[in-house]
Design a protein around this ligand. Structure first.
Ligand code: ADP
Ligand code: MG
Length: 742
C-alpha cells in the first residue's frame, strides 16, 4: 500500500533520476512529491504562429534546436570572461534566434548541453527582431528531449507532444531534471496512492467552498482549466491557514488558563505623573491607557500591540503603563532595539518623570536605570543590584537586558519597542526573567497588517493611535530630482545653511557608511524583487563618511558637521547624539541609525540622499525626526531616479502625504512578504508553503473563523483526526517552549 508518508522511492524506483528528486529537490516522501506544486502553467492554447509575429509579442512556440553554439567574450563592463549561448530554433514557420545569457559561464555551458541540437521543447518569451531575424533572449522553456537520441532509454524517456496538456505544469526543477519528468512521476504517484488523508473536515469544506484533498492534488498537477487551478490553490492555502489558525486558537484557549499577577495600582505615582504632564492626553492615548489598565488588572498576561506613527505619543502611553505597574509594587522593563534608542528612551523617560525619577529610601518616586551592552561591568553593578532589590522600578535597555545576570525583584511588565527587530526568542528570554509571566506591551511605528497581527502575532490585541497630538507643525517634503535638475543639489545645501542660520539644526541621511563598503549599508536599503534580485542598479551610493567630509570642506564649510553610523564605537555614538541634542553640532550626517525614536526638537530639516534606496515607511519614519519642536519641518528627498520610474513614484507618494498609515499601504504593496514578517517570524512562518499573509487575507480570515467554530464544537478535535494530527505535530515541535512561556 502506498501512502503519502511512503518513501518517494516507492513511486520512483531506484533509478538515477530518483536521486534527482531526493537529493536535488529534497523530496523524501510521496507526499512531498505530491506537494511539489507547479510554479506556473504553460497555456498551450496560446501557441503562437511564428509567421504572424510582431515585435514585442509574447511568443510561445514548439520547436527543435537546429544549431547551438557557445560564444566566449570579455564583458566590457566587468572585464571578466563571459559566455553566452546562441541557438537557432526550427519551428513550423520561420526560424528564430535564441540567445541565453548567464552571469556564470558554467551555467552557459550547462545550458549548452541541455539545449544541444536536436532538443525539442516549448519556448516562451518576448520576441524582438534583430537584422531581420526574430529573436528571443533568455526564453523560458519546457524541454521534451532529443528526437534523434539513439539509445533506447533516452528515446523512451522523451516527452511527446501528445503529453502537452492544455495547461502544462511547469515545476521548480533541479539540474538534470526536466518539468515533464516531474509531471510523469507525479502522475504515477497520483494513480498509485491509495488514500489521501483529508485535513479539512467536510462541514468546513461545505461552509467555505473548499474542494477535497484528492481532487485538489489532481487539479493542481493536471488541471483542465484555470478554474481548477484556482480551486486547488485555494484548497491548499485554506488547509495551511486552517492548521495555523487552529494552533493559534488553541494557544489563545491555553493563554486564558495562564496566570499572571494582576497589577491593580495602589501607589500614586501615575496620578502624580498625570498631574504634571504639560499637555492633555489625546483621546486615543486616554482610551488605550484605559484598555491597558484593564488588561493589567487581569489575572492573565496582557499581550498588546500599540501601533501609531512616529510622534503619535506611544512613549507616553507606555510610560503610564509602566508607572501603573510600579504603583502596584512591580517593575517594568523597556527593551529597545539599539543602543542609541535605549539611551534616548532613558533620557526622555527621566526627563518626563522629573523628580519622580529617583529611587532610594526617602524618595517618593522610583529608580530608573539604563542597561546597555557598552556599559562596563562596574558600570552595571549599581543598576543590577537596584533591579534585584526592587529599588529601581523601571529599566531601559538593549539586548543586554536579556543576559543571565540581569535579575528582577518582581518584573511585571515588559515593553518592547519596535518589536519586529526582536526575535521571538529574545522576547521569551525576558519573559523568563519574571517568576510568573509578565504583561507585555509591544510598540511599533510600522503598522502591521491585520492578517500579520492574526498570524505572526496571533495572540496580540492591537491598539492604534490614529491622531497626532495637537499643535504639531507639519512637515513639508519635497523631491529633488537630480536626473532632470542636477544643479538643484547646490540649492539643497543652501537651504540647510538657511536653517542653521535661523538657529535650527539639520540631518543629512545617506544609505551607506563608507565608499569602500559593498552592497549593504546600515539597513538593507536596496530594493529587491520577489526572488531577491536587486532592482535598482547599484551605482555609487552616497556614503556618510564621504558626505560628511565633503560637506564640511565644501558647501557646509564653517558649520559644525557631525557623523553618526552604526560602526562607530557606542560611546562615540552616544557622545555625538548628545552633542547634537545639546545643539553643539549643526548638521548631523548619519545612516538610518537615527531612524526610530530619536528626538531633537531643534532639528527642522532633513536631507535624504539617494532617497530611492529607502523604503516608503522608512522614509516616513526618518522625516518624523524633524518638526518635533513646534517649528515646521522640511524634508528634501534627493534622488537620481528617473521621472516615471517606480522608485520615483514611491518618492512622490512620500512627498505627497504625511499620512503614515496611507503610506504603509503603499509600502505593503511594494515590499516582499519576508520583510514584513521581519525577524519576528518563527520557523513556522518562514516555512509557509502556499499561504501569503498579505495576498491571502480572505483565506486567513475564513480559516480563523473555521478554526474557532471547530474548537467550540469539538475542543479535542475528535471529529477531525487528520487536522488534530497536524496541529499536534506543530505543537510538539515548537509549541512546547511556547506554552511554557506564553
Ligand atoms: P512616539 O513614541 O509615538 O513617536 P512620543 O511618545 O515620543 O511619540 O511623543 C512625541 C512627542 O509628542 C513627545 O515630545 C511627547 O512629549 C509629545 N506628546 C505626546 N503626547 C502628547 C499630547 N497628548 N499632547 C502634546 N504632546 C504630546
Ligand atoms: Mg517614541
Amino acid at each position: 500500500m502506498i501512502a503519502l508518508d511512503s518513501p518517494v522511492g516507492a513511486v520512483l524506483g531506484a533509478s538515477k533520476s530518483a536521486e534527482k528528486f531526493t537529493k536535488g529537490l529534497g523530496l523524501s516522501t510521496v507526499g512531498d512529491l505530491l506537494r511539489h506544486f507547479p510554479r506556473r502553467y504553460l497555456n498551450t492554447a496560446d501557441l503562437t504562429k511564428v509567421d504572424e509575429l510582431r515585435e514585442g509579442d509574447y511568443l510561445t512556440v514548439v520547436g527543435e534546436i537546429v544549431r547551438s553554439e557557445v560564444k566566449e567574450y570579455t564583458d566590457r563592463r566587468t572585464g571578466r570572461r563571459a559566455a553566452r549561448l546562441e541557438t537557432v530554433l526550427g519551428t513550423d514557420g520561420p526560424r528564430l534566434q535564441m540567445t541565453f545569457f548567464a552571469k556564470n559561464p558554467r551555467v552557459t555551458h550547462w545550458q549548452a548541453r541541455r539545449l544541444a541540437s536536436g532538443t525539442r521543447g516549448v519556448f516562451m518569451g518576448k520576441v524582438g527582431s534583430f537584422r531581420g531575424t526574430w529573436q528571443l533572449t533568455n526564453p523560458q522553456l519546457v524541454l521534451f528531449g532529443d528526437a534523434d537520441a539513439d539509445d533506447g532509454e533516452a528515446a523512451e524517456a522523451m516527452m511527446t507532444v501528445e503529453e502537452l496538456t492544455a495547461l502544462f505544469p511547469i515545476y521548480p526543477l533541479t539540474a538534470g531534471l526536466e518539468s515533464w519528468e516531474v509531471m510523469r512521476a507525479v502522475r504515477f504517484a497520483r494513480t498509485v496512492v491509495d488514500e489521501v488523508p483529508e485535513v479539512v473536515p467536510e462541514s468546513i469544506r461545505t461552509s467555505y467552498g473548499v474542494i477535497g484533498a484528492r481532487e485538489a492534488f489532481d487539479w493542481i498537477h493536471a488541471p483542465d482549466d484555470w478554474a481548477q487551478v484556482k480551486a486547488a490553490q485555494r484548497r491548499f492555502r485554506f488547509e495551511e491557514a486552517l492548521v495555523l489558525q487552529t494552533v493559534l486558537a488553541r494557544r489563545r484557549q491555553f493563554a486564558r488558563t495562564i496566570g499572571a499577577v494582576p497589577r491593580t495600582g495602589g501607589g500614586d505615582l501615575l496620578a502624580r505623573f498625570d498631574e504634571r504632564l504639560p499637555f492633555a492626553l489625546t483621546v486615543g492615548q486616554d482610551s488605550i491607557g484605559a484598555d491597558i489598565e484593564r488588561d493589567l488588572a487581569q489575572p492573565h498576561p496582557m499581550n498588546r500591540l500599540l501601533q501609531g506613527e512616529v510622534g503619535s505619543g506611544k512613549t507616553v502611553v507606555a510610560l503610564r503603563a509602566m508607572l501603573r505597574v510600579v504603583d502596584s509594587g512591580g517593575q517594568a522593563a523597556l527593551l529597545a532595539p539599539t543602543e542609541v534608542l535605549a539611551q534616548q528612551h532613558y533620557r526622555s523617560i527621566t526627563a518626563m518623570l522629573g523628580d519622580l525619577a529617583g529611587g532610594g529610601l526617602f524618595s517618593d518616586g522610583t529608580g530608573v536605570e539604563l542597561l546597555t551592552g557598552s556599559m562596563t561591568k562596574s558600570q552595571r553593578t549599581g543598576p543590577l543590584s537596584r533591579l534585584v532589590t526592587g529599588e529601581a522600578g523601571i529599566v531601559v535597555g538593549t539586548h543586554a537586558l536579556l543576559e543571565d545576570q540581569v535579575q528582577f525583584f518582581d518584573l511585571g511588565l515588559v515593553v518592547v519597542d519596535e518589536q519586529h527587530r526582536f526575535g521571538v526568542e529574545q522576547r521569551a528570554a525576558l519573559t523568563d526573567k519574571a517568576g510568573t509571566p509578565p504583561h507585555v506591551l509591544v510598540m511599533t511605528a510600522t503598522p502591521i497588517p491585520r492578517t500579520v497581527a492574526m498570524t505572526v502575532f496571533g495572540d496580540l490585541e492591537v491598539s492604534t493611535l490614529t491622531e497626532l497630538p495637537a499643535g504639531r507643525a507639519p512637515i513639508q517634503t519635497s523631491l529633488v530630482p537630480l536626473a532632470e535638475h542636477p544643479q538643484w543639489q547646490g540649492r539643497v545645501w543652501e537651504r540647510v545653511r538657511e536653517e542653521v542660520a535661523k538657529g535650527s539644526q539639520a540631518y543629512v541621511v545617506a544609505p551607506r557608511i563608507s565608499g569602500d563598503e559593498h552592497e549593504q549599508g546600515e539597513s538593507d536599503a536596496v530594493d529587491r524583487d520577489e526572488e531577491g534580485n536587486v532592482l535598482a542598479t547599484p551605482g555609487s551610493l552616497s556614503a556618510v563618511v564621504d558626505v560628511a567630509e565633503q560637506l564640511a570642506d565644501g558647501p557646509l564649510h564653517g558649520l559644525r558637521v557631525g557623523l553618526l553610523h552604526g560602526k562607530l564605537p557606542p560611546d562615540e555614538k552616544d557622545r555625538t547624539m548628545r552633542a547634537f541634542a545639546a545643539g553643539e553640532i549643526d548638521v548631523l550626517v548619519s545612516t538610518t541609525v537615527i531612524e526610530v525614536g530619536v528626538d531633537v526638537a531643534n532639528a527642522t530639516a532633513m536631507v535624504i540622499l539617494d532617497a530611492d534606496r529607502f523604503g516608503v515607511s522608512q522614509l516616513h519614519q526618518l522625516r518624523g525626526r524633524v518638526g518635533r519642536g513646534g517649528l515646521p519641518g522640511l524634508c528634501l528627498l534627493v534622488t537620481h531616479a528617473e521621472l516615471g520610474s517606480p522608485a520615483r513614484a514611491r518618492l512622490e507618494a512620500v512627498a505627497g502625504t504625511n499620512d503614515g498609515f496611507a503610506l504603509s499601504q503603499v509600502d505593503l504593496e511594494l515590499r516582499r512578504e519576508g520583510d514584513i514578517l521581519g525577524a519576528s517570524q518563527s520557523g513556522r512562518f518562514s516555512s509557509l508553503q502556499n499561504l501569503r499573509v498579505l495576498r491571502d487575507e480572505r483565506t486567513i480570515v475564513d480559516a480563523r473563523a473555521a478554526a474557532a467554530t471547530l474548537l467550540d464544537n469539538d475542543p479535542d478535535l475528535a471529529g477531525a483526526p487528520e487536522l488534530a494530527h497536524m496541529v499536534g505535530e506543530i505543537e510538539r515541535t515548537e509549541g512546547a517552549q511556547f506554552l511554557e512561556r506564553s
